[in-house]
Design a protein around this ligand. Structure first.
Ligand code: TNX
Length: 500
């Protein structure tokens, strides 16, 4: 009697175990997910419905369903098998980016208050599909489990930064990066566009920035720049995928590539410089930081800053401009930051700066990006968490990974280090992973640094910190290996993860 009781128990247990394992892994983890006991079977034709306001999202649904090989036809709301609905009343419970996804054996329905929410509902549906969907073609017949998901992000800011200044990444790679970000619901793409080694964005009033500064790079790195037209093309591409581009022009330090073409912006007479540095118009190929700066007493510097910010504001759709502000000591620094922030505000944008800017009494609309966490702030600003020991993805995936930095954390920044991050700041608006490129000179190497750690950034940004469970995360992540392969991502095969 006792034995049979246990064996029944055992069989049920095994059955439940197998059942649970079969469920597709959704990353980032949704707020609420209830698997049902049935499934939706895809067939050779499907009918679709979208509200008038949801028309924009229909394109994404079609792209996804095209991969199933089904013929797609429009139908009325009542008859359609797959439907997209916008209900503004849902904004109180789901916010701007949340959604509900219901899959039954008969229908698939996504509802949200906005098209951004629908986009994320469709993205979750995409992760319910077999990995081949990333190839654009699912060849076998398939079904997805019935499920009811209610989901919204924990943080509004789920960012990824690429330094294109030390080594250039072209429009093609940047667009690909947007696609990959979108799959994991990352929504802020911060591009570090200028530094000592290169200037990467066309500024019409100051053409030598790219004519001269755009032609150089760090040793073994790639030169180049984005025209304003290319920048706008990237931005439009990103906007469709709910990604806001944040351009950064780093000032008043990290400015040698600008001084190269316009030495009048500097106080130096460039005569007695350390031979490891450069003299205009020579390029700088080194990796040292903190040695170049604008001459903050010179009025021409503010003409330059005003022109550059005005042109950037003009081409930027998003509400933010990043003005850098890192790694510099100068008696005029605070005054510069206050002035630069004001210029950004006058151009209708919100300024972001690295945490050093909070030494200055800046406007409280300013957003600061924490990377060391050691600055003595005199203002309370909203905060983006990029603390280097958790988010500097130029550091190794494992200890001593070749061509990685380790100044912030000697053992590298592991997947677990990223995943385990929890902010203690009430003012935090989110998180951002950063890839600096002093040592990252190819697309394949950038992939290796970005992935899969950006997926951990995405989950830290989207999912509630209360439900964190690293080992459960790695199980879900392992099943995404094939997806990343189909997407052509040269991701680092983190040893803690069983990739399959
Ligand atoms: C610090 S983070 C920097 C960058 C370097 C990076 C290398 C920050 C605001 N400044 O200039 O590229 O370290 O890890």
């Amino acid at each position: 009697m006792k034995r049979s009781f246990f064996s029944v128990f055992f069989v049920v247990f095994i059955f439940l175990g197998a059942y649970a394992q079969d469920k597709p892994a959704i990353i980032p983890k949704p707020s609420k997910i209830e698997w049902k006991n049935s499934e939706f079977q895809f067939s050779s034709s499907l009918t679709l419905y979208a509200d008038a306001e949801a028309e924009k999202s229909l394109k994404w649904l079609k792209t996804l369903l095209n991969a199933t090989g089904s013929e797609l036809e429009k139908a009325s709301e009542k008859e359609a098998i797959v439907s997209l609905k916008i209900d503004k009343n849902l904004s109180s419970s789901l916010g701007n980016e949340g959604y509900q996804l219901k899959v039954t054996s008969e229908k698939i329905k996504i509802e949200a208050a906005t098209n951004a929410g629908l986009f994320y509902g469709i993205t979750t549906l995409r992760q319910l599909f077999p990995a081949e969907v990333e190839n654009g073609k699912i060849t076998s017949e398939f079904s997805i489990p019935a499920v009811s998901i209610t989901d919204k992000p924990f943080y509004e800011w789920r960012g990824s930064m690429i330094d294109v200044a030390r080594s250039f990444f072209d429009l093609d790679y940047l667009k690909k990066h947007v696609d990959r970000m979108a799959l994991y619901k990352l929504n802020r793409f911060h591009i570090h566009l200028s530094d000592d080694q290169g200037w990467r964005i066309e500024i019409k009033k100051w053409p030598k920035l790219t004519e001269i500064g755009g032609q150089s790079a760090v040793k073994n790195g790639r030169a180049g720049y984005l025209t304003q037209a290319e920048f706008k093309e990237l931005q439009a591409y990103a906007k469709e995928r709910n990604v806001i581009i944040i351009p950064e022009v780093d000032m008043p330090g990290h400015t040698y590539a600008a001084l190269q073409g316009y030495p009048e912006l500097s106080c130096d007479n460039f005569e007695n410089l350390d031979p490891k540095r450069a003299t205009p118009p020579e390029p700088y190929h080194g990796v040292e930081v903190g040695w170049s700066k604008f001459c903050m007493e010179k009025p021409v510097v503010y003409d330059f800053v005003s022109d550059v910010i005005a042109e950037l504001a003009e081409i930027t759709d998003g509400p933010y401009l990043h003005i850098g502000g890192d790694e510099i000591e100068d008696e005029h620094y605070k005054e510069f930051v206050v002035k630069a922030e004001k210029i950004v505000r006058e151009n209708g944008k919100t300024a972001i700066g690295w945490e050093e800017v909070t030494q200055a009494k800046v406007d409280d609309s300013f957003i600061s990006q924490r990377w060391t966490g050691t600055t003595k702030s005199v203002v309370d600003t909203r905060i983006i968490e990029s603390i280097c020991k958790s988010f500097y993805l130029d550091h190794g995936n494992i200890p001593n990974q070749p061509n990685t930095y380790s100044w912030c954390k000697k053992d590298g920044v592991s997947l677990k280090n990223v995943y385990d991050f929890v902010s203690e700041n009430e003012n935090a608006i989110g998180v951002e992973g950063a890839v600096w490129t002093e040592l990252v000179h190819s697309d394949a190497t950038a992939d290796d640094r970005l992935w899969p750690r950006s997926i951990a950034v995405a989950e830290v940004g989207w999912s509630s910190p209360k439900k964190k469970d690293y080992s459960e995360f790695t199980k879900r992540l392992g099943t995404h290996g094939k997806r990343l392969d189909y997407l052509g991502i040269n991701f680092y095969k983190t040893p803690d993860v069983q990739w399959n």
